[in-house]
Structure formats: C-alpha cells, structure tokens
Write a protein that binds this ligand. Sequence first.
Ligand SMILES: O=P(O)(O)OC[C@@H](O)[C@@H](O)c1c[nH]c2ccccc12
Length: 261
Amino acid sequence: MIPDLGRVPGVLGEIARRRLADVLRGLEAGEAPEPEALPPAPSFRAALEAPGLSLIAEVKRKSPSQGDIAPLDATKVAQAYAQGGARAISVLTEPHYFAGSDEDLIRVRRAVGLPVLRKDFTVHPAQVRQARRLGASAVLLIVAVLGERTGAYLELARKEGVEALVEVHDARELEIALEAGAGIVGINNRDLTTLEVNLDTAPRLGRLARGRGFDGVLVAESGYARAEELRSLKGLFDGVLVGTSLARSGRWREAVAALLG
Ligand SMILES: O=P(O)(O)OC[C@@H](O)[C@@H](O)c1c[nH]c2ccccc12
C-alpha cells in the first residue's frame, strides 16, 4: 500500500520520501504514541457542514515556502483560534519542514473541543492508525502523493474510523479523488511541487467538481490572508483552510474573527 514516491516531483517528493523513512524507522523502533484514552473525536465533516463558510485554522510554525513563520505554543494558539470562531483546527505533525509534532496534536486535542485534522504527508497505512490514536478526527490524503492508491487509503480511513480530507491541485487529481469516492475534497491553491500559489485554482476546480455532480464537502486551501479573498468561495465551498496569515498574526483570536468578517 506504500505509494511509489519516486514519481512525485519537486519539494513534495522530497518531503514525502523523508516522511516515509521516518515512519519506517518509527515502526522498526516500535514507537507507538499511546496517549491516554480520549472521548470519541468530534466530526470534522459536521463542522464543515455547519451553515456558512467554516474556517479550519492551522497550527503552522514553519514551511518550505515561508521559512520560519512563528514559534507557536500549540495549546495557546488553538484555544485562541477556537475563541475567534474557527470550527476545526489543523495541526501539522511533519517535523523537518514544518516543525510540527504528534505531541502538538495531542495537546491541541486536549485543549479544544473542536475536530482536529492531522496535517501530515500520509505515505504509509500506519499513519492513519496513529492519527486515530492521537485523537485526530481526520487525516490528510494528498492525491499528488498517493496517486491511484488514494482509494485504498480512503477505505483504510473508513475502516479505522477516521475521516479524510482528500487534497487535489489540478483537474486530473480531482478526477482521481472523485473516482475514489472522496466525501471531503480540499483544493489546494498551492502547487506543492513548485510552492506557487494561485487563488483562482480553488474556485475554478470547485466549480468543476460541482459540475461533475460532486455533492460532498469542498474545502479551499492555502494563500488566504484577508476576508475579501474569501468572497469568491461563498456558496461554492463549505470550508477554508488558513495557516500562515493566522499563525504569523500574533493575535490569533482577533485574526480569526477578522478573517471571518
Ligand atoms: O499557510 P497557508 O497558505 O494559509 O496554507 C494552509 C494550508 O492549506 C497548507 O499548510 C497546506 C495545504 N496542504 C498541505 C499539505 C501539506 C502541508 C501543508 C499544506
């Protein structure tokens, strides 16, 4: 079930291959994060289906495109995001390029009642099971990484009782996601192989998805900093995922409230 990562280009391929090496090393060492038992995770999908555009606010310290963003305390930031009106929290757990960790996810899960998305480069089935144990409501499945394995990972997530955000960046990837039966589709404005952002991508592919009869949940991702930029999403998208602009604001509650208008 491990995807062929040799064919994934650019920065994305580099990150995904390093992530696989991490996971394999962890499995060999028998590392299994076993946090105390948590109550069932709240539904990510339900949070997105609430009326209006739902904000997924991301805990993001660093990225390949921005370098250092902010040295965040995950607990404090997540609480502020929740107070500002975010309906879900995304926590990056990739350590090398994003300075995230599984501990961040555990802390956030304990600190807020909102559903938490484990934002990672899923390249091995073990990561889906880990996500559930860590208390995540949902995992990220990137079609540019998983290719035709996307359906198998969706199936695994379903079996494990974890929801999945299936991320696409072009029409071909969208086709794979729809074919695989994704119920929550994220359209990334950022090309993860070149890191270029184009805010026209989400509305364009969002319309294409609806035109194809997709009636699931649509999430627009990356590059948003101002309330006006969210206007073209209303009525078409259920949710928007925002990281950098919120993380770097330093006034997280106010930044979320301002973005939501
Ligand atoms: O920081 P931004 O531009 O607001 O973007 C957030 C989120 O969309 C971005 O972090 C992201 C989208 N897909 C990913 C896949 C892996 C890592 C990170 C991401």
